[in-house]
Design a protein around this ligand. Structure first.
Ligand SMILES: Nc1ncnc2c1ncn2[C@@H]1O[C@H](COP(=O)(O)OP(=O)(O)OP(=O)(O)O)[C@@H](O)[C@H]1O
Ligand SMILES: O=C(O)[C@H](O)COP(=O)(O)O
Length: 394
């Protein structure tokens, strides 16, 4: 990584404004998945151990510039305190005199959590005045919020213009793992791209076709490719305006010598529900009034073989409607193959694939689970992330 990390700077006794991504799911005022909080702990502990005065800031949800009671960071602070086994002071303001006073009264190694930065309209507008307010309470800026690094907001980008700015340990790890995968991958290198729509994955497929040995397609987006190959897809998801693009991608794969894997059989249903009638059919026999909601057993087997023979796999997007048990087999088979393949380095590109892996209880067996959904997607598209670009070069 060519950006400064917290290990390159002296933080002792300094007030460090540390942007984290604590955008976690909550229910009834309790955090229901704390993986993103856990992922930030190494940076927070490092700062504490070095004697920094730590000011943590995060967004939660999309409150659109005003205070929303359910999106306060109180429960997040409580969970963080439990995980760290330390006091985490929490203020109910994002910036201003109360926050400044709390920050100034921190002793070395103490931690303060400010309120949800998206309660301020200036956050998402990257308002320079808000960025200056953030900078005014600290000596150093650390960005550990990889999940929000694709956003050019006041606490992810603007503030870095006013303070020495370095990456946290999570940010550093995400950039190193994803960066190495794209620039110097172990081979055979396989990408698995699934999810709902081709539209959302155009940049990723295009960029990965320049780099991978194998590209596996699954999920709802597969059926636009299936149709482009001349098969009927019934009521399956189809983006008619992306048929030419699907053909272009398949041609590009051929030109580049990339093995392009598509479903050979699918689970179809007569309704989008767990109670629907379902059956497995070959890919060229999808009935006109049925919908393909998962890859079939032959496809699972083939995809598992490709995974097992790969040295590196990047996975983004589920293979089917994994939220419904009957259509979760394909996604589960991919997750299990990645978990079981000891010689395969597995990178899960955040978002729904990460949620699926968590749901199957296989997270601990993956080599790298990205904490970024949109951010890892943009990274895989080859885009520069503003929250990274703004940090100081080494
Ligand atoms: N065959 C299918 N038909 C309809 N929907 C599908 C199908 N396969 C997968 N999906 C749905 O696609 C959704 C995930 O798509 P999306 O593109 O949002 O995922 P992602 O890229 O993993 O996530 P994120 O955008 O959060 O990173 C899931 O809710 C899943 O149910
Ligand atoms: O959950 C995420 O992907 C990040 O926290 C970014 O959230 P956002 O999409 O609301 O900017």
């Amino acid at each position: 990584m060519n950006k400064k990390s917290i290990k390159d700077i002296d933080v002792k006794g300094k007030k460090v404004f540390c942007r984290v991504d604590f955008n976690v799911p909550m229910e009834d005022g309790k955090v229901t998945d704390d993986s993103r909080i856990k992922a930030a702990i190494p940076t927070i502990e490092y700062l504490v151990d070095q004697g920094a005065r730590v000011i943590l800031a995060s967004h939660l949800g999309r409150p659109k510039g005003e205070a929303v009671e359910e999106l306060r960071l109180g429960p997040v602070g409580v969970r963080l305190g439990e995980l760290l086994r330390r006091d985490v002071r929490k203020v109910d303001e994002v910036y201003g005199p109360v926050v400044k006073q709390a920050a100034d009264s921190l002793m070395d190694g103490e931690i303060l959590l400010v309120e949800n930065v998206r309660f301020e309209a200036g956050e998402e507008k990257n308002d320079p005045e808000l960025a200056k307010e953030f900078a005014a309470i600290a000596d150093i800026y650390v960005n550990d919020a990889f999940g929000a690094a694709h956003r050019a907001h006041a606490s992810t980008e603007g503030i870095a213009q006013h303070l020495p700015a370095a990456a946290g340990l999570l940010m550093q790890k995400e950039l190193e793992v994803l960066g190495k995968a794209l620039s110097d991958p172990a081979r055979p290198f396989t990408a698995i791209v699934g999810g709902a729509k081709v539209k959302d994955k155009i940049g990723v497929i295009d960029n990965l076709l320049d780099k991978v040995d194998n590209l596996i397609i699954g999920g709802g987006l597969a059926y636009t490719f299936v149709k482009a190959q001349g098969h009927e897809v019934g009521k399956s998801l189809l983006e008619k305006d992306k048929l030419d693009l699907a053909n272009e991608f398949m041609q590009k794969a051929k030109d580049k010598g990339v093995n392009f894997y598509m479903p050979v059989d699918v689970t179809v249903a007569d309704d989008f529900s767990g109670d629907a009638n379902i059956k497995v059919v070959p890919i060229d026999e999808i009935p006109s009034d049925w919908e393909a909601l998962d890859i079939g057993p032959e496809t699972r087997k083939k995809y598992q073989e490709v995974i097992e023979s790969s040295k590196l796999v990047i996975w983004n997007g589920p293979m089917g409607v994994f939220e419904i048990e009957a259509f979760a087999h394909g996604t589960k088979a991919v997750a299990e193959a990645l978990a079981g393949a000891d010689d395969t380095y597995s990178v899960i590109g955040g978002g729904d694939s990460a949620a699926a892996v968590e749901k199957f209880g296989l997270a601990g067996q993956m080599d790298h689970m990205s904490t970024g959904g949109g951010a890892s997607l943009e990274f895989m598209e080859g885009k520069e992330l503003p929250g990274v670009a703004a940090l100081n070069d080494k």
